[in-house]
Write a protein that binds this ligand. Structure first.
Ligand SMILES: C[S@@+](CC[C@H](N)C(=O)[O-])C[C@H]1O[C@@H](n2cnc3c(N)ncnc32)[C@H](O)[C@@H]1O
Length: 678
């Protein structure tokens, strides 16, 4: 009987990927059996190998286990939750309710190298926050128990108290695998920002040096979060700041900088060279250092002689004469003033200047206010970040249609920042958020309002931000129709007024006052109309929706190789019913997308071929048929479309080996290279 290759249902095996990379770089270091020979590798690398007994680097108890955790594939999946989503059919934004380690593993294939920017705000390890207890083979089960999916209760994880002897190690063990996996998702020109405070900043820097490479360090930003000093501080120091640590994936992951303030440019004297601003042109050197830059400067038209500044001028005499000839020097009216230079907008090399590592314009009180204003003046979430701070940082990295990932998303500030940025500049940036359904505190305001978890608050925030933007769009649309009506009425008024006026004798004669006023009114209304239309257009260009997925067990019961013998018979019985009860067709499709390397928002079309439903993924790059049983006609019809990949359910061939053999042959004869079952 013909065998069809199975589609792998667990997340990609990271170790194999790494070995393949090594193999391509050092083929000489591998033995015939494909195993790595360390001695050969060492010989290839020569002096670059550091094998002394003492090495520089970060080490902590449990570091070795981090690699086991990274290598253990996830057997779970991301289950669609359309009822919690908004504009499912059109959106590219994602909210994943999940443990982020499992989520990062599941995203490895489909989102490898696709993310331009990662922003995370992980627990700071203050002694009060909990640290997720990762377990290698058990991670999904731990999560299912935690979320009450494995038993009815659900349970809470305890906090990581600073009296614990492994306080820092626990935090590092949690962060290391996540950063390692997240790095794979970044584009080569991608950038990561991590919020942190003094509790772990030293360890974070050391860990990021190892994961991202010291050479890819971009900057350590200081965010002045507190506006007024803390008078309650115990040691006399008011710690008013925290950090944002930034690394690129490769040296090409750099920032754009901060946008220059172009409002300083104007053209008050109608200079044919366009808008300009006045710029200082005093030099930086003493007379001894640069004698040629030290001279008195004469205005040739007024003959006023301006004395040389103590540090001289920026240009020597010849260049200065050219600038004077070109009318690019502004001479003050009196000798006390200092001549300046016209700096033209057209000569700007770039619209960006350096992005200061001190962020001191947005404070944390703003964040609480923002959230309160969205949630009926209630405080549902402690310590959110202000969205304007994130928007400021995002602007220095992302272009208008880039993808941003936040896998410790809390109250969804990242989504808020993305949505609002898009609204202001008409961009189409997209987000992926990951948030654990961490239960809200019992008796908290959030619990009283019916929110069960932080993920629930995060999802609701996105809905409310979108609703607010949509309400703005509605107001703008109303304003546009009202202004159009006003303009029509004003035009009518003008017509009547003109008809009542005596004929004008000269075309340049002054218009009557009433008419001038009317024309001014029309101009103003026109400007308002244009502004509103542009604003509405910008809102319409943004992605105002999000798809929700939840981490859960695979729709297809996978073989659990780790099970004890007595469970084996149970497994075999279960395997007879291969599809998990309650699995929907949409859930199965989404899982097949993810596990075949398509993003979770890839367009999927429905076809009817030989009376059966067939799903066409990404305009026919993959055909999926989930029908049971399959027929010869449908396999033939799919093959005839010659897609690169076809996936069907193994159950579709149940008790019909000739059908399977025939399907394999038909696919092969039509050149379908990749024919798989699940
Ligand atoms: C400091 S908060 C982020 C706050 C966020 N920046 C904001 O402005 O709302 C960190 C969040 O990470 C979540 N978290 C912790 N461990 C996680 C895990 N393993 N997977 C996903 N989320 C996790 C916590 O529930 C918490 O809401």
């Amino acid at each position: 009987m013909a065998e069809i290759e199975k589609l792998p249902l667990s997340s990609p095996d990271i170790k194999t990927g790494q070995i393949e990379k090594l193999k391509s770089l050092f083929p000489e270091a591998f033995t015939e059996g494909g195993k790595l020979d360390f001695d050969r590798l060492r010989a290839s690398l020569g002096d670059a190998v550091d094998d002394g007994p003492e090495r520089f680097g970060l080490s902590w108890p449990g570091k070795r286990d981090c690699f086991r955790l990274i290598q253990e594939p996830s057997t779970g999946t991301l289950l669609p939750s359309p009822e919690e989503s908004l504009n499912w059919d059109t959106t590219q934004n994602l909210f994943l309710e999940a443990d982020n380690l499992e989520a990062l593993k599941l995203l490895q294939k489909s989102y490898y190298g696709k993310v331009k920017m990662i922003y995370i705000d992980p627990p700071y390890n203050t002694g009060k926050d909990f640290i997720y207890p990762d377990r290698y083979a058990e991670n999904l089960r731990t999560y299912l128990a935690y979320t009450g999916q494995a038993n009815d209760e659900g349970y809470r994880f305890t906090t990581n108290p600073d009296t614990d002897g492994r306080f820092h190690s626990r935090w590092l063990n949690m962060m290391y695998p996540r950063l390692f996996l997240a790095k794979n998702l970044l584009r080569d020109d991608g950038v990561i920002f991590v919020s942190i405070d003094d509790n772990e900043v030293i360890n974070l820097r050391a860990m990021m040096n190892e994961v991202f490479g010291e050479e890819n360090f971009v900057a350590s930003f200081i965010w002045k979060r507190r506006q007024n000093v803390d008078s309650r501080s115990k040691n006399g120091a008011s710690t008013d700041h925290e950090y944002l640590i930034c690394y690129g994936k490769t040296p090409s992951g750099v920032l754009k900088g901060a946008e220059k303030d172009l409002t300083k440019y104007s053209n008050p004297d109608d200079d044919p060279k366009g808008d300009w601003m006045s710029a200082d042109m005093t030099g930086l050197a003493t007379k001894d250092q640069r004698p040629n830059l030290h001279y008195d400067l004469e205005d040739p038209s007024t003959k006023i002689v301006y004395p040389c500044p103590p540090t001289g001028w920026r240009y020597e005499k010849k260049r200065m004469s050219t600038l004077i000839e070109n009318k690019e020097i502004i001479f003050p009216k009196t000798v006390e003033g200092r001549p300046r230079r016209k700096k033209f907008l057209k000569d700007l090399q770039s619209d960006f200047t350096g992005f200061s590592t001190v962020l001191n314009t947005v404070f944390n009180t703003q964040a609480t206010r923002e959230l309160r204003s969205l949630f009926d003046d209630k405080e549902y979430f402690d310590f959110p970040k202000p969205w304007e701070l994130l928007a400021l940082v995002f602007k220095t990295v992302v272009d208008e249609d880039d993808l941003i990932l936040d896998f410790f998303s809390g109250s969804s500030t990242t989504a808020h920042a993305v949505l609002d940025l898009n609204k202001t500049d008409g961009g189409n940036r997209r987000f992926i958020l990951v948030q654990l359904p961490e239960p809200v505190e019992e008796n908290s305001e959030a619990a009283k309002a019916g929110y069960r978890s932080i993920a629930d608050i995060g999802k609701e925030r996105i809905r409310r931000v979108i609703a607010r933007i949509e309400a703005e769009a509605k107001d703008l649309a109303q304003k546009i129709s009202a202004t159009l009506a006003t303009l029509a009425a004003l035009a009518e008024e003008e017509k009547t007024l003109r008809a009542s006026l005596p004929p004008q004798l000269f075309s340049d004669a002054a218009l009557p006052k009433e008419l001038t006023k009317l024309i001014e009114k029309q101009q103003k209304a026109h400007e308002e109309l244009e502004q509103a239309q542009e604003q509405l257009e910008r809102i319409r260009q943004g992605d105002l929706g999000f798809r929700v997925f939840r981490l859960g067990e695979s729709n297809f019961k996978t073989w659990d190789g780790d099970l004890e013998r007595e469970d084996l018979t149970k497994q075999l019985e279960l395997a007879l019913d291969y599809i998990r009860p309650g699995s929907t067709e949409q859930a199965m499709l989404c899982e097949l997308l993810l596990k075949s390397g398509f993003t979770l928002t890839t367009p999927v079309g429905r076809l009817t071929l030989a009376g059966k439903t067939v799903w066409s993924v990404d305009g026919g790059s993959m055909l999926v048929c989930l029908e049971r049983p399959l027929t010869q006609e449908v396999t033939r019809a799919m093959a005839a479309m010659q897609p690169p990949r076809v996936v069907v359910l193994d159950e579709g061939f149940k008790d019909n080996d000739p059908l399977k053999t025939n399907a394999v042959q038909v696919m092969r004869s039509h050149g379908v290279e990749d024919f798989r079952t699940v």
